[in-house]
Design a protein around this ligand. Structure first.
Ligand code: M6R
Length: 631
């Protein structure tokens, strides 16, 4: 997964490209590069640097690149090491064609072998480099037909090449033979065109174009487009010209501001009270006739009535939110629910059962495994001629204009605003809220829960924002202090049970992904079946102990860890039993159902402060990227 940006128009391309890449760096930061057409010579000038965008910016300091047509790339390495030679843009042998690509060309090795047999010398280990060579070969063939050197010829050449590519991609192509033109195309990877006045900027995500325009044309899957300063031509995979109206970006899709926080992650942790307020405002509606609250999701009641079971598909943090969701849907609303890793579901789906709701959870809406798993489920259900097996789908996402937004009609928009930190925080919180909404909706419609219990849960949700503010205030400083004592540890164990088991998993994921400390989450009762062998005084245990069904059990499991000399940190309200903890990160007393929404905040803060204390790049941890658009 990578970020691409491309521009053609009358303004200097370089600042637009750099600005766009700055906003896309969350997608990958192994290397960065740009290519711009020189308006005097029509030569393509390529500049690349290993590592972060800043290295490229430093290199470009002395360069005056007056061109107005260019492409840029920020890379997350898939094929080939994250080094200079593999940085994009990649060019053909003559340097007349430059390409940036986000995706994976699955048959690149076959294509590369053939090109090498024809005498082409490759300069990188990437899958992408086959593309400029293939385009060059195609342009040579087209030149024999006496086609003019212009954008339309480039369009034909790129289209012909795309038909030989397998896999997914979003790409942008420059050719010195058509110096004002850009050709862009996408298959299963995002691409959006921003419309300025006589200028167009095309990018993998909205923030890259938000400084330039708020009018966009999202490209559909398998489309290809020719962009010149005079206009855009979009074609579908059948080569039919497409006409559609542009749409406006929402303000929340444009804002990327760290405010006064040191890192985006910390700012996003502190955004969570507002995330809760937004969700309550958007989705909790009081019925003026009976004073009861309803969940304002955009699907009719009939949709829910026929559902007998639920399957949820997600990756990473989204899967942890789905696990809390599954607990709520089964235990609160009485609907049998299973959660699957998208990457596993794709190749070993469960047998088809009737009247099943499939929920895809993905903050970015672009995770390749999740998109492919949902696609597979749509296809296998649609192939059965029985109404009961038809696909019933909901997607929970922060980016309703994303691939999943186009794939699934019923969207729950988590409305968390853009999340820049690679570690998901506020979007996890908003995904959790979306599941509370679904659980309430199902409970109301199916009648598996008393209206009193439903009312209690809703009241707890309404009380959340000030509690969250208070929690953040209290724990920011104390977790910074705790981080000071723990920043050098090697292993941490997170324990939780029931609805808080996924919170233990999420706490461990947060810590390892940003601090590179080994951390593992377990259901507290499982410790004695193996993981307890890991414990000694060097391995602290963080135990989530929320009063309710399993509180005493969690405390007993914590005792077992203490007996092995582990330092015990509790995430719990102060109450009988919590004296056992060496350090208590106090959370307010709450109904057990609601406890994950409170328990996750101190865990996020602790991970953040440990990583910050270690001097690590919290917002852009090594080897990761915000959305994983490759399998
Ligand atoms: O965009 P998605 O929610 O589909 O992303 C899924 C995972 O890649 C993501 O949650 C990942 O685990 C994050 N780095 C977690 O902080």
């Amino acid at each position: 997964m990578c970020g691409i940006v491309a521009v053609t128009g009358y303004k200097k391309a370089l600042p637009l490209l750099i600005n766009g890449l700055e906003k896309l760096e969350y997608r990958g930061y192994d290397s960065a590069g740009i290519a711009i057409i020189n308006p005097d010579t029509n030569f393509i000038s390529c500049n690349k640097a290993e590592g972060k965008l800043q290295n490229l910016k430093n290199n470009l300091n002395d360069h005056n690149l007056p061109g107005t047509v260019g492409i840029g790339h920020t890379r997350w390495a898939t094929h080939g090491k994250p080094d200079f030679k593999n940085a994009h843009p990649h060019t053909d042998s003559s340097g007349n064609i430059a390409v940036v690509q986000n995706g994976i060309i699955e048959n690149f090795q076959d294509l590369k072998n053939k090109l090498e047999e024809e005498g082409i010398i490759f300069n990188s280990d990437t899958d992408t480099e086959v593309i400029p060579h293939l385009i060059q070969r195609e342009l040579n063939t087209l030149s024999k037909l006496n086609l003019e050197n212009n954008g339309s010829t480039l369009l034909v050449a790129v289209r012909n090449v795309l038909s030989d590519l397998e896999g997914s991609y979003a790409l942008a192509v420059l050719w010195s033979g058509a110096p004002n033109s850009l050709v862009v195309a996408r298959r299963q990877a995002p691409l959006i065109i921003g419309l300025g006045e006589g200028e167009f900027i095309c990018a993998s995500d909205t923030p890259a174009i938000a400084n330039f325009t708020n009018i966009i044309l999202p490209m559909e899957d398998e489309e290809i487009a020719l962009l010149t300063p005079l206009g855009i031509e979009i074609y579908d995979s059948n080569n039919e010209r497409q006409y559609r109206n542009p749409v406006s970006l929402k303000v929340s899709e444009q804002i990327m501001d760290k405010m006064n926080f040191k890192h985006y992650m910390l700012k996003e942790i502190f955004d969570q009270p507002q995330t809760a307020k937004n969700w309550l405002e958007n989705y909790l509606i009081k019925n003026s006739d009976n004073g009861q609250y309803q969940i304002n999701y955009p699907f009719d009641t009939e949709f829910f009535k026929s559902i007998e079971r639920i399957e949820i598909i997600a990756c990473g943090t989204s899967k942890h939110a789905a696990m809390v969701g599954s607990f709520l849907l089964e235990q609160f609303s009485g609907i049998p629910t299973n959660v699957f890793y998208a990457s596993e579901f794709r190749y070993s789906p469960p047998p088809l059962l009737p009247n099943t709701l499939t929920i895809g959870v993905t903050q970015s809406g672009e995770t390749a495994d999740t998109i492919a798993a949902i696609d597979m489920e749509i296809k296998r259900r649609s192939s059965i001629e029985n109404e009961k097996f038809k696909p019933n789908l909901i997607a929970i996402t922060n980016r309703k204009e994303s691939s999943i937004g186009r794939q699934v009609l019923n969207i729950i928009d988590i409305c968390a605003g853009i999340e820049v930190g690679v570690a998901a925080t506020k979007t996890f919180f908003a995904q959790l809220l979306s599941f509370y909404g679904l659980a309430i909706k199902f409970a109301q419609i199916k009648g598996n829960q008393s209206s009193d219990e439903i009312g209690k849960l809703i009241n707890e949700l309404i009380k959340l924002p000030p509690l969250l503010e208070d929690l953040l205030d209290k724990h920011n400083k104390s977790s910074e202090k705790l981080a000071h004592d723990f920043f050098n540890i090697k292993d941490v164990i997170f324990l939780g049970r029931g609805i808080n088991y996924p919170i233990a998993l999420e706490g461990a994921l947060k810590l390892k992904e940003i601090s590179y400390i080994h951390a593992a989450g377990y259901p507290a009762g499982e410790m004695k079946h193996g993981p307890i062998a890991l414990l000694d005084k060097k391995v602290p245990v963080i135990s989530i102990a929320s009063p309710g069904e399993v509180f005493d059990k969690v405390i007993s499991n914590a005792q077992e860890a203490k007996a092995r000399d582990s330092y015990l940190i509790g995430i719990a309200p102060e109450c009988n039993g919590t004296e056992i903890f060496d350090y208590l990160m106090k959370v307010p007393s709450s109904n057990e159902w609601i406890s994950p929404l409170l328990n996750i905040l101190p865990l996020q803060l602790l991970s953040y402060h440990i990583a910050a204390h270690r001097g690590l790049d919290v917002d852009q941890p090594r080897n990761l990227a915000k959305s994983v658009t490759v399998e």
